[in-house]
Design a binder for this molecule. Structure first.
Ligand code: BGC
Length: 372
């Protein structure tokens, strides 16, 4: 079968032939890949950045945002059956720490976890995938057009859920309000797929959402945000310290920008007792000059909370499925328009690094003849 591989640490990606995996234990599930999304992590890996090949191999099969159809299940599998749509999660726990033993490898303490398509385990840009039942989630048929968004959405669900739980534990208003976000100003920084899915979840939770980016208002990302009731802030005209003057301070900030300087500066836009969740992983390793004393003082004197969040557990994928369905009911086909570009596996290496300015989510179609 075909797969897309990279050599971690060097630039480029290419098609390889791999043996088709078979079910080898009663708890395994075999899935035919339908489509696989491409994200910033893949782009970084394809240009020689963060990624690791499986032990004993030079190559890594890339891809972690998969969606497929179950074709065969082992004898003990109950969560899915042949014919179901499904997604596999990304991270595989270390098996040593208690979060991993509890099925929460997203909170692994040892750092010895592996990630399919990213860190020492082959990924999903291939025709057939076999893995254990505990890592699969059934996707209802009505979500077929959106299933490939489940993984990036799970990351957003975790960050927002964590932030809200933390708020409930410390903010007296959040503790008594079952829907703390309703009517509250929320800022989403970075309007890539993660930021836009974050904006969608925050709108579903009743937040007044402002999206920050540095593109023209006519850009597809901005239009997508506005169509779900979000407002656009052009970061070229409004710096983080001016957000207050323009639209007021934010009770919640979700960062999906991956720009370290901006990630720090956004603290200027956070209201007292506000919570700030970071999901963007900066690629640029250049040292930063930041007004440390000023920032820490602001955090302390205003009860600001900043929380980093990575990966997601099974439960976050489930939250994502519920939210995708609600979004589909509320905004109809608009949600699926987040997927702007589809291409066949053989075009991956050519197109992955050449992003079109209007592209939002790009996917590789493994089952069909997409337009390239
Ligand atoms: C993936 C996560 C992963 C993280 C760190 C992200 O792109 O969506 O699942 O944990 O990268 O490798």
């Amino acid at each position: 079968m075909r797969a897309i591989a990279i050599v971690p640490g060097s630039a480029g990606a290419y098609l390889v032939e791999r043996p088709e995996p078979a079910i080898a234990s009663p708890d395994q599930v075999k899935v035919k890949t339908l489509r696989v999304g491409i994200c910033g992590t893949d782009r970084e890996a394809v240009t020689g950045g963060r990624s690791r090949a499986p032990e004993g191999s030079k190559e890594l099969v890339i891809g972690h945002e998969m969606f497929g159809r179950v074709v065969e299940v082992g004898s003990t599998v109950r969560r899915v059956k042949p014919g179901d749509f499904a997604v596999f999660t990304v991270r595989r726990g270390c098996g040593q720490c208690s979060p991993c033993q509890m099925g929460r490898s997203d909170m692994c303490r040892t750092g010895k976890f592996l990630e399919r398509g990213i860190d020492a385990l082959d990924g999903y840009q291939t025709e057939i995938i076999v893995d254990r039942e505990q890592y699969i989630l059934r996707v209802p048929p009505e979500l077929e057009p959106l299933g490939v968004l489940m993984e990036p959405l799970s990351v957003v669900e975790k960050a927002i859920d964590e932030a809200l739980r933390l708020q409930t534990g410390r903010d007296p208003q959040a503790a008594i309000a079952p829907a703390w976000l309703v009517g509250r100003p929320c800022l989403v920084a970075g309007l890539g797929p993660i930021g836009l899915l974050g904006a969608m979840v925050l709108r579903l939770r009743g937040g007044e959402v402002y999206g920050l980016n540095v593109v023209d208002a006519a850009n597809a990302r901005v239009k997508w945000l506005v169509a779900i009731g979000g407002h656009y802030i052009d970061g070229r005209q409004v710096a983080p310290h001016q957000v207050e003057k323009h639209v007021g301070l934010m009770d919640f900030i979700l960062d999906a920008s991956g720009v370290a300087k901006l990630e720090f500066n956004l603290l200027d836009a956070l209201a007292s007792n506000g919570v700030y969740a970071l999901t963007g992983i900066p690629e640029d390793g250049h040292p930063l000059q930041i007004p440390g004393a000023e920032l820490i003082s602001r955090m302390v004197l205003n009860n600001l909370l900043m929380v980093g969040s990575v990966n997601a557990a099974h439960g976050h994928f489930q939250m994502g499925a519920v939210d995708l369905r609600n979004a589909q009911l509320r905004w109809g086909a608009h949600i699926a328009s987040l997927i702007t570009n589809r291409f066949p596996p053989e075009k991956f290496s050519e197109l992955v690094t050449k992003r079109q300015p209007e592209a939002i989510k790009e996917v590789v179609e493994w089952d069909g003849n997409p337009k390239s």
